[in-house]
Structure formats: C-alpha cells, structure tokens
Write a protein that binds this ligand. Sequence first.
Ligand code: AMP
Length: 209
Amino acid sequence: MNIILLGAPGAGKGTQAIKIAKAYGLQHISTGDMLRAEMAKGTELGRRAQGYMQSGQLVPDDLIIAMIMERFDGLGQKGMLLDGFPRTVAQAEALDKRAKVDAVINLTVPEDVIMTRICGRRVCPACGGTYHISRDDPKICRACGGELVQRPDDNPETVKKRLDTYLSQTAPLVDYYAARGILHSVDGSISIEYGFMKISAILEKLKNR
Ligand code: AMP
C-alpha cells in the first residue's frame, strides 16, 4: 500500500506520518527530513537546498525528483508513506511513472490554526518527533530523550511564504488526485487522535479491499 499525505505546512503531516507508518508497517519517507539531513551533512544537495528552504520556497523539482528516485531504489517490499512529496504536479507525474499510489490523505486545517501551530512547534532532530509548546515539554523529546529545537523556517514570516507557496504550487494536487478518485480529505484541525482515527478508517477499508 502506497499512501501520500498531503496538506499545508502545519497541517500535521509529520505527526500523523509517524503514527500511520508504525500502525501499518509502512516506510515513512519525508523529503523535508531528507533535505534537512543533507544540510546537516553539508552535502552539495544540502547546500543547494538550504536557501530555498530558509526562505519558504520549494526546492527545484529536478533536485527533489533525483533525490527521491534514489531513495526508492533502496526500498524493499514495504509500502510507502510519502510525507511532503509530491509538492508539485511535475513531482506527482514523476511519481506516477514509478509507483502506484493507493490513496492520498489530504489534511485540511484553517490558516490561523496553522500559524499558531507552526510558531509553537518544536522538533526532535534525533527521532523526528514533533511537539507543541502549548501541551508538551518544550525542551526534551518524550520518545527518545533528545533535545528539541525550533526549525529555522518555523517563524511567522517564512510560514506566510510557505503557505503562499503551498497554495500556488501544491494545492493543485488536490484536484490532480481527486480526478483519479483516490483523494480522501480529513479535518486536521480537531486533534491528533481524531485525525488518526479518521485516517485509520480510510486505510482499514483499503487494506480489506
Ligand atoms: P517540510 O519538512 O515537509 O515542511 O519541508 C521543509 C522544506 O523543505 C519546504 O518548505 C521546502 O523548501 C523543502 N521541501 C520538502 N519537500 C519538498 C518537495 N517535495 N519539493 C520541494 N521542496 C520540498
């Protein structure tokens, strides 16, 4: 089963991805995490991606498509949970040539909620865990004890730019997948548990098909 998680920045893709991958035995692939790892290692790709990421723009399609195709080469038989990819129609077309997509989960959240969420978000660089200062310890990762940090692109100015980028370049994918009959929209604004329950109901149906 290959699943895509679609949604604006801050819709809860990363948090849901970790839960879904664990519950359904899927390989979690986050292009944002892959790019941050490249930056941390100081690779050529990391250096080229950095400026785009820090200013809230998308990294060019050719770089992303090359990176993700290489990642697919190393995959076994496990299904994939794609988090943050595809983000443009060109990326979706490249994916179509390579893998069958069984379902696209579109997490919907109003813009004001996104702002509050992202600006209070803290992440664990060690295990990818995501937390929020309004309900969690702001410093230590509950899952692995790592030290939490705020992503450099999680500030109001960059978030605004990322939302604009989402609307102009990624939102067209909603129609792209709806036209293929595989889009499922889930309200991501209520709670993590509610979102996960709704997503699980969709995936259970797919599994039993
Ligand atoms: P994320 O962690 O998914 O929010 O991604 C952080 C940033 O990485 C984005 O704002 C983009 O600059 C870049 N990025 C991640 N995935 C992609 C993608 N599929 N296409 C282009 N840029 C991406």
